[in-house]
Design a protein around this ligand. Structure first.
Ligand SMILES: [Zn+2]
Length: 290
């Protein structure tokens, strides 16, 4: 693969077989401040025992099955849909293509006409990852006034030009066209491929229901058309990805005989509709997956 000076410190090197893979971490950090869908349980990781007191350290973890960077299995929206433990491992390690839709604005629809110019690069069995750039607002979701904070405000982890919930969203026709092209894995660097509720309702009005659930008081439920199309076809959705700009730079710099591979392996939780994942990507020689 060709070295790219623009891809840097976030990358790790590790030897594998007879070549060196550069791993790109596509995973958001899990901590107590992460944005969650209105009504979903918060993430928590608290000390349960400690080296100083007990001689060993253990933490108690608690979270939604859709915390942080995670996958949605078909069971997320379908009563008889496959759960994470039922999906074959080959679902989760596959070639990927990053599509740049970072020109889209807050709450703007991404329709198929945005994808058409690169549609000839989409091959059956590819994971299509939409880079909206919204991962940079990951920390901008914990108060209703996040969009008005100056970037220098203490405690504000990111510049606050937009709220994380106000991401662009994918139209159902994109799901239908991707499915027709043989795509079954779709990822995004937002909390939701469909529209998310307004951040005001998320803060003051969320009262349960999870990704498929209830929004703020008096507001209509979200339309989960993209979810329904992909999960209904037995596919999976990956949400809250990050570093897709780095992955796109690697993709653009790749030699023709190399391809991007992603690993999206879920925790093996019985009967669960989703799980947090550690998403990573690398370049490797084309065809060496088989
Ligand atoms: Zn989810």
């Amino acid at each position: 693969m060709r070295a790219n000076e623009n891809i840097p410190r976030l990358l790790l090197w590790l030897p594998a077989h007879d070549m060196v893979h550069t791993l790109i971490d596509l995973t958001q950090l899990l901590d107590t401040n992460i944005p969650v869908f209105p009504g979903d349980p918060p993430f928590s990781s608290r000390p349960f025992s400690s080296v100083s007191r007990d001689g060993y350290s253990v933490h108690a973890l608690s979270c939604s099955s859709h915390a942080g960077t995670h996958i949605d299995a078909p069971a997320h929206f379908l009563v008889d849909g496959a759960t994470v433990d039922q999906l074959p491992l080959s679902t989760f390690i596959l070639p990927a293509l990053v599509l740049d839709v970072s020109h889209k604005k807050a709450r703007e629809c991404i329709a198929w006409d945005s994808v058409v110019p690169v549609a000839d690069r989409i091959r059956p069995g590819t994971a299509v990852l939409f880079r909206t750039g919204w991962s940079r607002y990951w920390g901008c979701s914990n108060t209703a006034t996040a969009t008005t904070r100056p970037s220098s405000t203490p405690g504000s982890r990111q510049p606050t030009a937009h709220h994380y919930f106000d991401h662009p969203w994918l139209a159902v026709d994109v799901a239908e066209q991707l499915l027709a092209l043989g795509v079954r894995v779709v990822g995004t660097d937002t909390m939701n491929p469909d529209q998310s509720p307004s951040h005001v309702s998320a803060v003051v009005g969320g009262d349960g229901g999870g990704d498929s659930g209830t929004e703020g008081e008096g507001e209509p439920l979200s339309d989960f058309g993209f979810h329904m199309a992909i999960l209904g076809a037995g596919g999976i959705i990956v949400e809250n990805l990050t570093n897709l700009d780095l992955l796109q730079a690697a993709q653009d710099a790749a030699e023709p005989d190399t391809e991007v591979i992603v690993s999206l392996l879920p925790l093996k939780i019985a009967g669960c509709d989703g799980t947090p994942i550690r998403a990573v990507a690398w370049l490797q020689h084309r065809g060496s997956m088989s």
